[in-house]
Ligand binder design. Structure first.
Ligand code: DP6
Length: 343
């Protein structure tokens, strides 16, 4: 069906940082993961997207942070819009205008918040009112980790077991108000390479070549149960060592992939060392680090330790800036100005 007038909607979501990592796809067509993962949706950072299906347009258009994109990123968005058009029985091309209030493709998970925002805006513009779980399944097709950014707070993406993916979706574990004492000190490091390859491709190299991949899969179910329990009990003394163990396991898989995947810079490694030292000096795990497929490091700690840790990390040569973040809200509709073009 072609519409007679433009249909427009806006949606906004925040990036998430995984405490248990998604790394490995068992079905690339449906983006079904090998393992479940757990994340925290962050506050303050956001991707905002406005989609306008317009009968006057001859092809999809995609503007990100003020720049008209073509090539790979455009194709990803176009493919995603095709799925939405198919669901809605719509034929119009769309203009997609998206802005991130943080660095794109930097390891701060812009593809997660980007595809989650696109899923929300495109479905609403197309007149589809999908419940959050369905929206998470749709977002997953754009970028796996995007399914988790539909929800706020602490989120689990269930791997599911069905071949059709119907039981593979994200669900909220605890909302963003569950643990106000928990903070995420993010160390943004200088010279972090811009992510050249989608994680989806990199992780498949790990599935095929890392000798550590299978043992990691065996360890994960117990670790997920332990992380869920530590979150429920707000048990930082258990949570922080667990997330470091998980991050180290993820990094071992990356490093033993052929060709080897190394996302960290020397400064990132120093940040990890600061966390280990801080815990050794305190005599208890007062903080835990994690990182995704990027060089920036997230340090989870309690509010009362945050200023001290932030100052130590900010003092390292090579740390460009630090952010102090908390668990944040899930996806939300944004009002679009009458012209409907500005995100
Ligand atoms: C290491 O789902 O972001 O962040 O969209 O292809 O880049 P692409 O994949 P994506 O991969 C996430 C990998 C990870 C772990 C995680 O977020 O669970």
């Amino acid at each position: 069906m072609r519409g007679s007038s433009p249909r427009v909607a806006g949606y906004e979501t925040s990036p998430n940082i995984a405490l248990i990592k998604y790394w490995g796809i068992r079905d690339p067509r449906l983006n079904l993961p090998f393992n479940s993962s757990v994340s925290v949706t962050l506050d303050r950072l956001r991707s905002r997207t406005v989609v306008r299906f317009d009968p006057k347009l001859s092809a999809d258009r995609f503007r990100l942070n003020g720049t008209e994109l073509s090539g790979g990123p455009w194709e990803d968005v176009h493919r995603f819009l095709d799925r939405v058009r198919e669901l809605a029985g719509l034929e119009d091309a769309a203009s997609v205008v998206s802005t991130n209030n943080f660095q794109t493709a930097s390891g701060l998970a812009s593809s997660a918040s980007g595809f989650a925002a696109l899923a929300g805006a495109a479905t609403r513009a197309a007149g589809l009112d999908l419940p959050p779980r369905r929206l998470s399944q749709l977002a997953r097709l754009g970028s796996g980790s995007a399914c988790r950014s539909i929800f706020g707070g602490f989120v689990e993406w269930e791997r599911g077991t069905r071949a059709d993916g119907r039981d593979c979706y994200a669900r909220p574990l605890f909302d963003e108000h569950h643990w106000p004492e928990l903070v995420d000190v993010v160390a943004i490091v200088d010279g972090a390479p811009t992510k050249a390859v989608r994680s989806a491709s990199a992780m498949q190299a790990s599935v095929e070549t890392s000798p550590e991949f299978a043992s990691r899969q065996r360890e994960l179910p117990a670790r997920i149960v332990a992380v869920r329990r530590a979150l429920r009990r707000r048990d930082w003394a258990r949570l922080f060592p667990l997330i470091m163990e998980e991050c180290d396991s993820f990094r071992r898989v990356c490093e033993t992939t052929t060709p080897s995947l190394d996302y960290l810079t020397a400064t990132s490694r120093e940040v990890l060392e600061v966390v280990r030292e801080t815990n050794a000096i305190a005599g208890e795990p007062v903080a835990g680090y994690t990182h995704d497929a990027g060089a920036h490091v997230h340090i989870f700690t309690l509010r009362r330790h945050a200023a001290g840790i932030r100052a130590r990390v900010a003092g390292l040569r090579g740390v460009a800036t630090t952010h102090l973040l908390h668990a944040g809200p899930g996806g939300r509709t944004v009002r679009v100005p009458a012209r409907g073009t500005v995100a």
